[in-house]
Every structure is written in C-alpha cells, then in structure tokens.
Design a protein around this ligand. Sequence first.
Ligand SMILES: *Cc1c(COP(=O)(O)O)cnc(C)c1O
Length: 365
Amino acid sequence: MPQGISDRFRAVMRPSAAALEPYDPAFSQVRVNLSANENTYGMPAEVRAKVDEALRGVATNRYPQPLSPDLRAELAAWHGVDPSQVIVGNGGDELIFNLLLAFGGSGHILVNCTPTFSVYRLYAELVETEVVDVDRDPVTYEADADALVRAAADASLVIVTSPNNPTGNLFSVEDTARLCEACPGVVLLDEAYMEFAPEGSSAEPLLAKYDNLVILHTLSKAYCLAGARIGYLLGCPDVMAAMAAVRQPYSVNVFSQAAALVAVRERKTFDPTIEKIVAERSRLSQGLQELSGRGVTVWPSAANFLLVRVPDAHRVRERLRDEYSILVRDFSSAPGLTDCLRVTVGKLEENDAFLDALSCLLEEV
Ligand SMILES: *Cc1c(COP(=O)(O)O)cnc(C)c1O
C-alpha cells in the first residue's frame, strides 16, 4: 500500500480529492499475471522490431506534437472518419478524465451502468459530478436499457462499457441509438475490449448519425501497448474540439506516439493473437463450467477476460497468488459482485495453470 495522506495536508485539499486514498493496483511479481486484461502474448516480434527502429529516430529535445497528427491520421483512416473526429490521449483513462472535466462538474449528471469500470465514478466525483447508477441485472449483468434511456434525459454524460468490464456483456447498437436520442449530453461507449467481440458489435456505424456519440478505444488491450499509454476517442468534430480544449497539450509523449503509429500501421499482424485469445476464452470458460459442481459460476464474455464466482473468492485469490504465483483481480467486495474474480484470458499454458490451481484449491474445501 502506498503511503497515506496526512491529516495536515488532507485538511487543505479540495474536499472531493481529500475523500480519496492513493491508488493501489495490488500488483505483485508473479509467474502468471492474469489481473489487468493485458495481451499476455506480447507484441509480435516483427512489429516490435519496427517499433524499436521507429523509437531510435525519435528526438527528445522537442515537445511532442500536441494532437499526435500522424497517429491521428492513421487512426482516422482505419476507422473511416475524418481526423477531426479523432483525439488521442495518454491512455483511455486520460480521455475519460477529460470527458468528465469537460462535461461533468457541479450541476452535471453522469449516468453510469453498474457494476462497471470504477474509474468513471472516481473521476466524476473528483470533479464534483453527480453520479446516477443504473444497475445491471443482478444475475445476468445485462444493462437495463429502458432505465438508462429514462436516466439519460437529465444527463450531461452517459457511459456504457461494451464489452463491460468486469462482466463481459455487450450493449446493443439499437440501445445505443436510443440512448443517443434520449440524451441531451454526450453518450460514451467505452469499447476498450471491442477487438475481442463478434463482428458487428461496435456502435461505430452510429457515429455518422449521432453527433453526441463518442466511442473510446485503447491500444492497451488487444494491441500490446498498455505500457505506452495510448487511447483515443472517435466522435463529432465539436466534441473532439471540447476535448482538445481541456487536455494537457503534451500529455502524449514522443515515444508513445511513435510506437503507436507503428502498431496501428501493423494492426493486421495482431489478428492471429486476438483470434487465439478468443479461442482460449471458450476453452477457459468450458474448463470453469466443468468446476460448477464445486460452486464455480462463469459468465459469458465478449472481452479478453471472464467473470467467475467461486466460494470464498477473496481467500482463493490470495492463495492463487501466494501458493501458485497466479494473479487474478478480486471483485469479491465490490457491490453486486460478491465472491467474483476477474481472470484475463492468457496463453494456453497460463490458462491451464489457473484452471489446475483453482481446481486444486476448490478440492480441499
Ligand atoms: C483498460 C480500460 C480502459 C482504458 O485503459 P487505458 O490503458 O487507460 O487505455 C478503458 N476502459 C475500460 C473499461 C478498460 O478496462
């Protein structure tokens, strides 16, 4: 745990910040890390060689180009939009923060579809935004589209994650359209994991129709660049201009811009790995279903992770780490996710290590 904030300084902090504690991702050095939804295959060697080559030519004495123009043009071509409809950020997280900075604040409402990625509420509260949670079905975690549409009528920002983290559910394109029509503000579809979902799941085709739709992508998951911190939004030029207005001009550094440009140009090279992860997802899910007699429940997922309920999940997660050197993410004390763990789909041998260890641990109890 990082050091806490002293009372002396907490007393002079902005109240919404003083309510927080330093973030602790609870990472530890382990043999098998299936805790953060990274691509555990790593970058294909030929892409890595091109990244290294590109980095060699990067000058560090000059500031980066604020709007990452080369990368922005490449992303725009990929998604079939104009560069003015793209903005690049220091990870998707920065873009989420900037959306709250631009469209949140006191007197503004964020509609949040829970349980979901905790960052939305965190950033909303930091900038004093009122958060209205619209709960997912407690059994299937499907979003309640009718309730979202009703709540959206008063919102400056609605965020729906598709596929949802940590439950794996998709949100339909039809319901996204309904949200865009109902909401006077911005509707963010967070598609951080869309590369792992079936064709046709993305809300991207709606960008041509709705000026208040914004879609978030990241290179952290499928494209092996979690360490470089590159995310981007697609949306109408007006909303992208609002984002450009609030951002820190030099937040995306020269190395990350260069590495991301190569990865995006070489994006097809990642497809075989993405297909392998999708195939491993079925196999891992099947293996977990075979443990249902020992109290294991696994949900369907369109992402590169699975939500799993196991008896005494908190303890199981600790034992996986301490006795098997396998790290998964603990959601067991999150509202609506009692006894749930989230496991990233890794390589065959990593998934097998997790299945074998879990099976051993559950045998004993
Ligand atoms: C990982 C993730 C992101 C973005 O991650 P960055 O590494 O900051 O790009 C955004 N949304 C969700 C739901 C995620 O899980």
